[in-house]
Write a protein that binds this ligand. Structure first.
Ligand code: SF4
Length: 293
């Protein structure tokens, strides 16, 4: 069906293993959207959650972007409402607003620049301001505040990823005790008490690169368990231990192989972002690329 439709399948690192196996590219949200800008295909089937497919549609206005399920929505992106954003803007008119790419296009359109978990520190350092508004993940906000020494005001006050807050320090410490020689890797969306005890903190793509270049053989992974499939496939000689094996993003897992097939066969569900919103959101994303290149 992929060949028949001249389609490219992009799958996020947290997708089911069987979806990763049929994908042309597996990666993180922005990496995949950039990939989408390069591909020579009429149809992009983006297997992930709503905001990621929206980002691909914003960056690829001339391509048809499809998603396998309408229900795959990121609850953290939904925690940031436009009204809240505008309230903060009014309260802090001179403070730059940085939004994590894990946001919907309508909110991205309101910000000065986007960032990813991989480049958030770099983006904040590039801004000529000691105070920054940052949303929607308050744990990532704490992480960048610690790394940059800037005053980071979270918007909203306590947005979070329901999957990454499942990692608790006591559970992670127990796994560490069991595997004392393993490298503990954590995503910055985890609670600060978890990322602060990690040997390595980074995005899913950064973790993947780190593992490939590391001489170590055992890794404890504190992010959504879907990443372990990719890590095992890419590094068959190394061992990967989930820091918490029930850290499953149910929203990501709504997508199934059958839904991917039907999406291609019927060319559904098309992701459309109104042009005025897409233009502003694209500017915020492109500013991120400019600041990190
Ligand atoms: S893992 Fe967290 S941030 Fe990513 S899609 Fe799921 S809920 Fe959203």
């Amino acid at each position: 069906m992929k060949r028949e439709k001249r389609a490219v399948v992009l799958a996020h690192n947290y997708q089911r293993a069987e979806i990763q196996e049929v994908a042309d590219y597996v990666g993180d949200s922005v990496g995949l959207s950039r990939e989408a800008m390069e591909v020579d295909a009429e149809i992009i089937l983006f297997s992930a959650v709503d905001f990621m497919a929206e980002t691909a549609a914003v960056l690829n206005p001339d391509k048809k972007v499809l998603i396998p399920s309408l229900g795959a929505r990121c609850p953290m992106a939904a925690m940031l409402q436009i009204d809240t954003l505008r309230e903060y803007r009014k309260r802090y008119p001179k403070v730059p607003l940085v939004l994590y790419v894990n946001t919907l296009a309508e909110t991205k359109a309101e910000c000065d620049v986007c960032c990813t978990s991989a480049n958030a520190v770099e983006i904040l350092e590039a801004l000529d301001s000691d105070t920054v508004l940052f949303g929607p993940d308050c744990n990532l906000a704490r992480y960048v505040a610690e790394k940059t020494g800037k005053t980071v005001i979270p918007v909203p006050e306590s947005g979070f990823c329901p999957t990454h807050v499942l990692f608790l320090k006591e559970d992670v410490l127990k796994v560490k005790e069991e595997y004392p020689g393993a490298v503990l890797m954590a995503h910055p969306e985890c609670r600060p008490e978890v990322w602060s005890i990690a040997d390595y903190v980074g995005s899913t793509s950064q973790m993947s690169r780190f593992v490939k270049s590391s001489k170590e053989r055992e890794f404890i992974i504190a992010t959504e368990v879907g990443l372990l499939h990719r890590l095992r496939r890419e590094n068959p000689e190394k061992e990967f231990i989930p820091a918490y094996e029930d850290a499953i993003c149910v929203n990501m897992k709504i997508n199934t192989l059958e839904k991917l097939y039907l999406a291609l066969r019927d060319e559904r569900y098309s992701v459309k972002v109104p042009e005025s919103t897409a233009t502003k959101a694209r500017e915020a994303i492109m500013r991120m690329f400019e600041l990190t290149e």
